[in-house]
Write a protein that binds this ligand. Structure first.
Ligand code: SF4
Length: 489
């Protein structure tokens, strides 16, 4: 079969992934790899300038055109930096992110959008080394280029500091024969006319989540070990291998109380558990007026503004419900398109939330972190912002501590599980009923993409963003009221 860098990496994770991709693409599921891909493309565009002027080989559906352009460029220059230089060795195709040619010597730079050096990146580079070396090129150096998580932008983007370049030459050299064997193994495997019956294993989740897991695990009952919230994949696979994958089997195992609780409630449809004393103690720590706060943020690999590092959270929106003597009011902020929203959002926040009031968030560490970063950035607003941060309480606590637990929470205390479990029939709290934006990642990508839309479309998307975020804090109000009613009925 014709291989590429990504197909080779998929193939060494699990050959069946390639087989299913070719013969049963309709059973593939979306596992969120698109964002990783978009980030990767973005990083490649920036990293191209690491070595100064370069010749880019434009992508072409007709790969032979890319091969031809690469050969022409190599022949035309003694020394040159080529991006996306493309090569093919008997159907094993690869485009090198950055190829540095110095006379007859070549250096490969593989660019990644991650902030850590992963084993799979070295495998990816070893495939490229194999292809170029097999074609007779004198490759003297192979390196992985990835993001420096400690870089903070001040002024112009400093590419030399933004990226870390790690030399992996000796590692890929030692893997040369292994790559040849792997390619041979993949090709033999792909000749199978009927579906191979490889079993599921840890490789279904690492290094990447496989989009065929639902299909490959279709023989498992609904209540199976892979649905246990919070257990590591390694442990799940170990139980599966021992044949202990049904909840009924696992109930006799020595397991954490949280897992046992989830299984018990789901197997025997147990009544809701409520520890009213602890919930009451928690509720007594909250004093009205209460400010229910939720931020939306976006993250991109390249720090766009001063004070940001790779993947820093940039808050662009918040929703605020205020409950005061039984009256509910609502405030909101959504940044204008294309601005650095941090200062404006921080000013709006200190206008909307007075000092020394009770602020309620769900999973408060996120809101606290966002506010602390704003306080560090804007010393003139710092006192007020830190006061807001210090007064935040977490509505997640009763659920995290399992003082309130129901079967439909499925072992989770995330608001996305808790809310439908508490209000199964309340359509006003159903995120599926929202138009266009139904979750945080859709909000993030919609905001980041606003500038690519017409004014009319932007207005429509902005309205959807506002309604999504409003539902987040409205949901908190409903949960708060439900707990209050339980405590003091
Ligand atoms: S789910 Fe697992 S076994 Fe199935 S194709 Fe993916 S990695 Fe292979």
């Amino acid at each position: 079969m014709n291989l590429s860098k990504s197909k080779y990496c998929n193939g060494i994770q699990c050959k069946k992934m390639l087989w299913l991709d070719k013969h049963k693409p309709e059973v593939k599921e979306d596992v969120g790899n698109e964002t990783v891909l978009e980030n990767g493309n973005f990083i490649h565009e920036i990293a191209r300038y690491l070595f100064g002027p370069h010749v880019n080989i434009e992508f072409n559906e007709d790969l032979s055109e890319m091969l031809r352009n690469t050969a022409l460029t190599i022949d035309s220059y003694r020394d040159v930096v080529i991006t996306e230089a493309s090569f093919d060795y008997y159907g094993n195709f690869c485009s090198v992110d950055i190829l540095v040619k110095k006379g007859n010597k070549y250096e490969i730079y593989e660019v990644k959008s991650s902030t850590t050096l992963k084993d799979v990146y070295i495998k990816d580079a070893s495939y490229q080394y194999y292809v170029l070396k097999s074609l007779g090129l004198d490759v003297t150096k192979v390196s992985i280029v990835y993001l420096n998580r400690n870089y903070i932008r001040h002024g112009d983007l400093d590419l030399k500091k933004l990226f870390i370049i790690t030399d992996v030459t000796s590692m890929v050299e030692s893997m040369f024969d292994e790559v040849g064997e792997n390619i041979k193994g993949i090709n033999e495997y792909m000749e199978a006319k009927t579906e191979p019956n490889d079993d599921i294993g840890e490789y279904c989740f690492t290094p990447y989540s496989c989009p065929f897991f639902k299909y490959c695990s279709r023989h498992l009952p609904e209540n199976n070990v892979f649905n246990l919230a919070g257990m590591s994949y390694a442990k799940k696979v170990a139980y599966y291998r021992k044949g202990l994958f049904r909840y009924e089997d696992l109930m006799n195992e020595k397991l954490k109380a949280d897992y046992k609780r989830q299984m018990e409630y789901e197997l025997y449809s147990k009544e809701d558990y409520v520890d009213i004393e602890n919930i009451r103690k928690f509720m007594n720590t909250l004093t009205e007026p209460i400010y229910f706060l939720d931020f939306e943020t976006y993250q991109i690999p390249i720090p766009l503004y001063d004070g940001l590092g790779p993947y820093s959270q940039i808050p662009f929106q918040y929703s605020l419900h205020i409950l005061d003597r039984g009256e509910l009011s609502h405030k909101e902020y959504l940044a204008r398109t294309g601005i650095d929203p941090r200062r404006e959002l921080a000013e709006s926040l200190v206008r909307d939330i007075p000092m020394n009031v009770c602020v309620l968030a769900y999973n408060m560490s996120f809101e606290k972190t966002v506010i602390k970063k704003l306080a560090d950035m804007y010393p003139d607003l710092s006192e007020h912002l830190l006061n807001i941060r210090d007064n935040i309480k977490d509505l997640m606590i009763p659920f995290q501590n399992r003082w309130y637990y129901t079967r439909d929470m499925h072992g989770s205390y995330s608001i996305k599980y808790v809310l439908p479990a508490l209000f199964p029939d309340d359509e006003s709290l159903n995120y599926h009923n929202l138009d266009l934006i139904h979750n945080g990642s859709e909000a993030m990508s919609s905001y980041a993409d606003l500038a690519n839309h017409s004014e009319e479309e932007q207005a429509y998307i902005r309205e959807r963003l506002l309604r999504y975020c409003e539902l987040d804090t409205y949901a908190m109000v409903k949960i708060y009221k439900k707990l209050k009613k339980m405590c003091w009925l």
